[in-house]
Design a protein around this ligand. Sequence first.
Ligand code: PEP
Ligand code: MG
Length: 747
Amino acid sequence: MTQHFETDSRQMLGRLRAVMAEDAAGQQRLDRITQLIAEEMRTEVCSIYLFRDEDTLELCATEGLKPESVHETRLKLGEGLVGRVARSGVVVNTDDAPATRGFRYMPETGEEAYSSFMGVPIQRLGETLGVLVVQSKQSRRFSDEEIYAVEVVAMVIAEMAELGAFVGEGAAMSARHQQPVLFRGATGQEGAARGHVWLHEPRVVVTNPIADDPARELERLHEAVETLRVGVDRMLSTAASGDNEQLKVLEAYRMFANSKGWMRRMEEDIERGLSAEAAVEKEQSAARARMGQVTDPYLRERLHDLDDLSNRLLRILTGQGQETGAEMPTDPILIARNIGPAELLDYGRKLKGVVLEEGSVGSHAAIVARALAIPLVIHASRITTEALNGDHILVDGDQGVVHLRPDDSVVAAFRDKMAMQAQAQERYASIRDKPAETLCGQRISLHMNAGLMADLPSLEGSGAEGVGLFRTELQFLVRAHMPKRAELSELYARVMDAAHGKRVCFRTLDIGSDKVLPYMKAVEEPNPALGWRAVRVALDKPGVMRMQLQALIRAAKGRALSVMFPFVAQREEYTQARAEMDKALERERILGHPLPETLEVGAMLETPSLAYAPDSFYKEVDFLSIGGNDLKQFFFAADRENELVRRRYDTLNVSFLTFIEHIVARCATHDTPLSFCGEDAGRPIEAACLAAIGMRMLSMRPASVGPVKSVLRRTDLGELREVIHTARADGHQSVRPRVMEYLKGKL
Ligand code: PEP
Ligand code: MG
């Protein structure tokens, strides 16, 4: 038989607040809470389970189960009905618990006597902290109203746990944000850093989750939402008209700010006794929990927008601004969900490291972090909810690992790692002015990749002979508007000045795919990496490329100029792009500007098709540069930004090496200068192999020049070539194990 009992959630919250106000220890508080919930819900049992580690829940307080089972009964995530609630984040409500899928009999608690079961996750901002359970002997299914009441209580318990209200004995009741936490993310930029947390978006802390005057709280909510709406409208009216991404976000803000459903849910929460800010946070938490389950990128973005909007609303309600009064530490490690390139550049070289919850290897933020040479870890899930400003933190960009509030043994190991790196740096500094000459006497030309003015000082320090790849799109990406020709020409001139006569190879704008300019009309493409990008855009809409070529010629002021076109897939694309260069030269000549004393115009080989272009192409180009990042993704058909596949295929796979050898041979036949400028050029083992199969010029990030030079100077290319050939002849898929064996002691 199903019976309904009405619960007055406002009364329950009122009593809860009284318990919170009592001067009691954490355990006592939890005990009192389970007691009062059982009373209010008219159930024999109320229990609170909290996580003691990532996947174990511990019974921390109970009214009705055997007291001796408290702190003794433990469940794995997913185990029993409680474990199921914790894992799924979804309420379980049944009138026949023993017959329900997943039920697990725990003799020590004596719970077999209870038929009805309702388990509600205790969640804060999408993170499950534990499970709140009510049980009764009588077979009854709890009403929606009752579930809602328990959810509201669970939310308040989560809030109190965050504030340290239940600190007591044992791991499950330890204070939050004090334990060491290890985050396993992915490498965005190599390197190690030690410092203190600086949150890009400081969190709002809700200290008053329960309110006793709903009318007043509703008024506060309405006023705050009105302020929010006015603010969003103002942002919309001043937003850059061409900035589609920004407009999309602001439109989503407006939609949510006017959403009746969102408003109604918050009003209902307030009527049940929550304060206005707790109601906002409850909705925010629900959106975050949904975010974890949604895979559709568009929906995820919108849920993020709702999250941002909730933060804005919380700031209005609490008066806690972006400025929390906290002082940036002297060794800041920036923690953010995600960050744009311009914002990251604003922090500049102050930062010791960056950790993002999202991001991608090819994102603009990653490119800027690389340019600034700061370690970056991406995909550090949940770090923005766990880290607090000022927390001690170690970032291992090589492994993609972050240690938050590390214990002494981790700190000691990390210190050793950093000391070893410092020693290696000293070794590299001692060979900085020596050539990258191998044991067999072959000179390899090492250049660096750059994309910002901030990169140029590294040219001296790294020992690079020049800039083999200057990615010009960064200047376009970090601006809100299309840069003017005069601005670009001034910047390029400064880059050439800073290079002091060393070669700088400017790559024309490489946009499309992952690099979308905020102020250009976005094109919806099913497969952007294979889509309208780089030289394809430049040839179809030549205005920007013409402006850029003119800016480059003017910047050269009669000096030598080196330019290459990205993503050329067939000869005609190069021919047409080169014709644009010729036209630009002619225009500049007529206008009376000095022409470059020498000009070399090359192409990037980033698609397999170009390796098989006609001989005439190889004769026509002044040089070729292999963009290994793209070339490899198309060779193996494996997205360079997809974590599921991007590490699957080794650069030292014999198929890929044989393919590169083919390109080397064709370039040799036609005397076409060839270089390699993808990330692999900066990895010592890969670089040595590329040199062994005939590559004579490598361009890499500045910090890699030392390590690559060091290994090349200890390597005999003839011997290494032999190792590669033998491994291939022996049928190995990758030559890496044999090469590693050979290079042992040289790295
Ligand atoms: C490449 O593809 O290897 C390359 C150097 O270009 P980007 O990484 O900028 O696409
Ligand atoms: Mg590329």
